[in-house]
Design a protein around this ligand. Sequence first.
Ligand code: AGP
Length: 617
Amino acid sequence: MCGIVGYVGKQKAAPLIMEGLKRLEYRGYDSAGVAVFQDGRFELAKKIGRVANLEIEAARHKLTGHQGIGHTRWATHGGVTDANAHPHISSDGTIALIHNGVIENYAQMKKFLLTKGFTFKSETDTEVLCNLIAYHYAKEPKPTNGDSRFVESVRKTLGHAEGTYGIVIMALDAPGELVTARKGSPLILGLGDGESLVASDVSAIVSRTQNVVYLKDGEIAHLTANNFSITTLSSGTVEPVIDKVTWSIEDAEMGAHAHFMEKEIFEQPTALENAMRGRFSEDGSTAKFGGLNITAGEFRGVDRFMFCACGTALHACMVTEHLIERFARIPVECDYASEFRYRNTPLFRNSLFFVMSQSGETIDTLAAMREAKRKGYKVLAINNVVGSTIAREADGGIYQHVGPEVGVASTKAFTSQLLIGAMLALYLARMRDMSFSDGTQFVEALKQAPNLVRKALEQAPHIKAIAKRYAKSQDMLFLGRLSLFPIALEGALKLKEISYIHAEGYPAAEMKHGPIALISPECPSVFFAPNNEIFNKVVSSMQEIKARKGPIIAIVTEDAELPDGLADEVIRIPQCHEAVLPIVASIPVQLLSYYIAVERGCDVDKPRNLAKSVTVE
Ligand code: AGP
C-alpha cells in the first residue's frame, strides 16, 4: 500500500516523481503529495484524491528543484485529509519524509517529542517519525565510521521504531542526498545515468533505468545522483547486487484498452503461454520447475501440503488443493495467511508449505511464511513480481512470468496461478501413481489452455449485453461445485471489489442451507454447470432457485444441455480437461464483473478503499 518515489539527478524532479506516482497509484489513492528541495528549502504540494489533483496543486507551487520525494497514500493512521497526506516536514523544517507502513509505537514517540518542543500538523504516525529523525539529526555529531550524519540519525531513529516502514528522507542541510530504509515495505533503488531513484515498485523506475537494487529488510541506502551505498540498521556493510528489470515500460501501459483490467483480461492467453513456457519435461509427460530448490526425493517424502495466501491468490490455492488431492492423492490444507499466523495450527512433521502472492509483498502472506519458516518448515512461493520480498525469503519457488498486473482486481495473475497449480498437481501425481500416458494427456490439455481461453474471450460481447441487464442488482450469488467452488468465490470477490454489489460465493448445493433466503427476482444467481458427473445435481440446485423466481445466469460447457427455460442467460465455455476448467470458467465471471462495473460507472482499476498490494496487517 502507498506508492513511494524519490529522485535525485539532473532533471526537474517533480514531473518525474508525478509520472512515477501515476504508475504507482494502484497502491493507494486517498491522497498524493510531492516535496522538492529548491532554493535551500523544501517546497511542498499535497492534496487529497488522485495524482491528477496533485498535478493541479503542484502547478501552483512552481516546483523546479532537481531532488524530491513523492507519495500516494492509502490511509492507515488519520483520515483522508490534505494535512495527513505525505510528504511530512518536521516542525523545525529540517527533514522531509515519505512513508509506507505503520509505526506502532508512534504515540510514545509523540509524547516524547512534545516535551522537546516539536509540534504536529497531522494525525499520522509518519509525521512523528519525521520529527524524531529531525530530533536525532540535530543532536547527531559527525560519525567516525565514515557514514554521514544524515544516515546515522535515521539509523538511530529507526532503532526506536516498532512496526513496518519503507521511507525516503531529505535533509535540509544535505542537498543532493536521499536516505531510504525499509522493514516490511518494499523499496527498490534505480540507478540511472547521472540520476538515482527509489520507489516502492519497479514500474515507477523502469522508464528511467532498468538497473535496480532490491533493498532488503533492515537496510539503509544513501543515494546521490551518481553514487549509492547500503548499510544495515546495525551498521553492517552490504555488498549490493544490481539486477536488470526484464520488462519495459510498455508492459505496464494500457495501450488501446479502456482499463488495465480489460487489458489484463484479454492478455490472458499470452500470459498463460508465458507461465508454462519451458516447464514441461522433454518426454511431454510431466511438468518441470527450475527454482524449487527441493529434490524429487524430498517431494516424495511430503505427506501433507499447506497453502497460505490472501484474497484471489487463496482462491487459486483452493483450486490447487482440489487438483493435488484429486490427481496426486496427497492431503492439502489451505488457510487465509492472516489466520494461519495466529491460529497455531497443529502441523505435520513432513508438511511442505506453499505461499501464493501476485505481488510477493502482501504482509499477511509474508508473515505466515515467516511463521512457517520459524517453525522449521521449508516454504516455497508461487509469485509474479520478480525480486519481491516473498520471492527472496522463500526457500524456492515458481515465478508466474505474466508481467506487471496493474488493475487492482487480479485477473491474469489468478489464471496463471491456477495453471501453475495444475502443473504442480501433475508433477506430484507423476511422482506417484499417474501413468505416462495419463501424464501426456494432462500436458496436452494444459497446452490447450491459452486457445481455450481465447475462445472463452469471444463471448465478451454476449457477456457485455448480459451485464447491462443485471448492472442494477444489489445482491448476487455465485454457485459452483468441486474445483469451481473457488471460482464461485472468486467471481463474487471480483464483482464486489469493482462494482460494490454485494455478492457471495457458495458451493451450489450448500446454497439451500441459508443463502437461498436471499433469492428473489432482484437477486440473480450465477451458476457454473459444466457437463460432468454432477451436472444433474447442479441443475437441481438451479431448479430450486427458479422455483423461487430467482434469475439464473448459467455458465455451461458447450456440450451441456440445460432444460428449456431454466436459465435466463446462458454463457457457453469450451469443453476442457478438468485441470483447465477452472481457468476457462474464470473468464466469463471476470468479464461479467468488469462490464457490470463499467456499466455502473465505477472506477474499475482503482476501486474505493482498496489497494493493489496490502502491505499493512
Ligand atoms: C484480487 O482481485 C484482490 N485485489 C486481492 O484479493 C489480492 O488477490 C490479495 O490482496 C492478495 O494479493 P497478492 O496476490 O499480491 O498477495
